[in-house]
Design a protein around this ligand. Sequence first.
Ligand SMILES: Cc1cc2nc3c(=O)[nH]c(=O)nc-3n(C[C@H](O)[C@H](O)[C@H](O)COP(=O)(O)O)c2cc1C
Length: 452
Amino acid sequence: MPRRLHLNLFIHSRGHHEASWRSPLSSPLPLTDIGYYQDVARRAEAALFDSIFFADQLALGGDVAQAARTWLEPITVLAALAVSTSRIGLIATASTTYTEPFNLARQFASIDHISNGRAAWNIVTSWLAAAAGNFGGEAQVSHADRYARGEEFMSVVKALWDSWAADAVLDDRAAGRYARGDRIRPIDHRGDFYRVAGPLNLPRCPQGRPVLVQAGSSDTGRRFAARHAEAVFTAHMAKETAQQFYADLKRLAAEEGRDPAHVLILPGLSPMIAGTEAEAQRLARETNELTDPEVGRKRLSNRFGGHDFSQLPLDRPLSPGDFPPPDTVEAARSRTEVILNLVRRDRPTLRQLLGYLAGARGHFVTAGTPEQIADLIADWFADGAADGFNVMPPLLPAQLDAFAGEVIPILQRRGLFRTAYDGVTLREHYGLPLPASRFDSPDPTRRAAADG
Ligand SMILES: Cc1cc2nc3c(=O)[nH]c(=O)nc-3n(C[C@H](O)[C@H](O)[C@H](O)COP(=O)(O)O)c2cc1C
């Protein structure tokens, strides 16, 4: 079968552009109105996207006075969208640092049942320093400790999802037998961070377990992704770094004994689309003019773990010395590298850098015609940079409509993208196998490999 392109829609605010919430072209609905998310999800499903995705942070941004920093809790949103859509995959972010594995395993198993096998979890360790203050912590858990805890968290949730065999429920009214006790097992996990008896208190979910998504790109983050992720979100400002990341992650997945084709790599792409390139650039410029440099400065500071950029002048070319070294940053380390690479390459002023980051926070931003966007997608897909894209429309829903109405038909005509859903579950859309159940594998070493 020819390789298939995968498209995820990343739904964020009224669009990914920092000033989207102020744009006359974005949705007039409040960001707390589920009707807004239902509307966008239905548009994405009509356009045949594989999935939609919601990010999450566990603290309010310090710039809420000048920036729309509110959203609904993502797993709750998935529950609503599971019943207002029928085919599209549903991905929510949840943190291994600030949740308990038992709660999280239940929540995602429930969403998988409610949606008939369309749930996915974006596994994050939470990079935002302020989150610690909301969970009893004095200081942020370090980058290394977050990933160590995340590893153990993964073995617990996988064991919980696997604690029921697929045939455990009999629901036999006549015989009075609801379940086969021997097909439900405790997990008895005792580790450094967690003690969990199990089993889970609901049956195995339709996909065996939700699809696992990950988005950390530091060295530790890549190894974690290679062990666990079935889809990987990543931010790149150039095709070359996306190619390096792609090759590296596929190699690491193979080293972990996994089929690299079962680790989909989806870089972010934020395209401003219009009938002509000049019109698309005008739209991008007009949206940029609505940004507030002080919001950008605070966001940059958050990315660098609270580093103070308040003294940096807006209009002098930057150098790497203006930033703390990435390996000292306890926040989103890989994104700091993306930003420093741009500074080394282009020597932008702070104003220019903030303008670029306003587009989509360090993901690939471009403005062009539908043909140009389709060409870029086809090129990255063919050239070892992507298995598909995490599409991040700068303005919602207007730029989603442009992508769905103008770019997707070109990709379909070129035979790159589906013309109808041919499955129901997200695993089917992504071309991923069902995870093997521990109950069906007599050999314990094979059980470990099946853990994926
Ligand atoms: C597309 C994308 C979405 C992300 N969404 C979240 C999110 O919702 N919450 C979060 O805390 N981190 C999010 N991240 C950050 C990563 O999951 C990761 O925590 C961060 O990059 C730090 O890990 P690293 O240093 O290994 O890259 C996202 C990253 C990308 C590329």
